[in-house]
Design a binder for this molecule. Sequence first.
Ligand code: CTP
Ligand code: MG
Length: 237
Amino acid sequence: MHEKDGPGRSAGPVTVLVPAAGRGVRLGADEPKAFVPVGGTPMLGLAVNGLMASGVVDEIIVMVPAELVDTATALVAPAAPVRVVVGGVERTDSVRAGLAAAGDSAYFLVHDAARALTPPALIARVVAELRAGHRAVVPALPVVDTVKTVDSAGTVTGTPDRGALRAIQTPQGFTAEVLRAAYAHPEGATDDAGLVERLGVAVRTIAGDPLAFKITTPLDLHLAEAVLDGTAAVRSC
Ligand code: CTP
Ligand code: MG
């Protein structure tokens, strides 16, 4: 497969698949995480607003728990060209459900609802790289902690060179052909690009953004609240 597919690849619509069907076990709130408010607005609403503000998105498909389809529709449909579908048990099941509901699109982004504060400029940069001919694009940040591998007893077995490691964010962008091929066998990867790598397709990294952090734990939620109310300044790249 070629890294670039020629000038004709640059045109065409962008569909975003937004996984929002997780339970949020680590956050421990009373409701599924994507519906937990940050600064008064559910994470899913913030994420969709950010996607629309990017100006580069044609259609959004949101995947949510079955019992929250109506709630999600009332939240996001008035503001954007959004469809809401039922997600699955694992994140890959949810993305696959969104992909099945999508029509013909030239490009797909997959973007976690839990990355609710992602700057619209980052979303636009991912799409620009796709339109420039890259078939798989992910935002990446340097890893700040030393990372070690351990065995089943917890004993350290190695220390990978941190300079070669990156923390990967969303939105992750793909041509439709690449994402559909990746999801023909969606087992065993923790992100969408992981499936694409197995196809032998080059995955391009671009500079990520601290504000695209994933709200996973109660501490993350406090940080997100503080960013929104201005008490924590997080420098966008
Ligand atoms: N997600 C999904 N379907 C699943 C699991 C996760 O759509 N079956 C979504 C989440 O809603 C979230 C994103 O994928 O927007 C990233 O997942 P994560 O941060 O792990 O969220 P949760 O699975 O909800 O959290 P936890 O793992 O703590 O339960
Ligand atoms: Mg999860």
